[in-house]
Design a protein around this ligand. Structure first.
Ligand SMILES: NC(=O)c1ccc[n+]([C@@H]2O[C@H](COP(=O)([O-])OP(=O)(O)OC[C@H]3O[C@@H](n4cnc5c(N)ncnc54)[C@H](OP(=O)(O)O)[C@@H]3O)[C@@H](O)[C@H]2O)c1
Length: 116
């Protein structure tokens, strides 16, 4: 099964790509370094072609409050739109436990409160 890992070159993503490969899946690491950018959509439709699952373990390059809210909002919107167009059946996002209780942090306000 083809699984696209957004942020697949990062701390968590690179481990996930390895694990998925060990389980016999075609794990595709997607990040700016591999030509896929969820902010500009560069390479995104191509990467999602034929994928059964997309896992989002990307992170904002800046933790500045406005930048992080903008990053996760734009990235998630673009990803969901392109995944729906590509017919991807499952979208999994890694957030952080308890984000809804830490509303004074821009980083946590930017994160989705639940995965789905
Ligand atoms: N690390 C933890 O302990 C921890 C705990 C709980 C939750 N999380 C959550 O897990 C997620 C991943 O964390 P991490 O520590 O693995 O992050 P990380 O090491 O900083 O990796 C972030 C990944 O996102 C990619 N990325 C950045 N901008 C992108 C864009 N515009 N389009 C596509 N990919 C982009 C990066 O690619 P480049 O390197 O090419 O920029 C990199 O592959 C975060 O959302 C974080 O909130 C992390």
């Amino acid at each position: 099964m083809k699984v696209v890992v957004i942020g697949g070159t990062g701390l968590i993503g690179s481990k996930l790509v390895t694990k998925l490969g060990e389980h016999g899946h075609e794990a595709v690491p997607a990040a700016p370094d591999t030509g896929v950018n969820t902010i500009t959509k560069e390479g995104l439709p191509e990467a999602l072609e034929g994928a059964a699952v997309v896992v989002d373990v990307s992170n904002s390059p800046s933790f500045d409050e406005a930048a992080v809210v903008e990053f996760f909002g734009t990235s998630t919107t673009n990803l969901l739109e392109c995944a729906a167009k590509a017919g991807v059946g499952h979208y999994v996002a890694l957030s952080v436990v308890g984000t809804e209780q830490l509303s004074n942090s821009g980083y946590f306000r930017g994160r989705p409160s639940r995965s789905g």
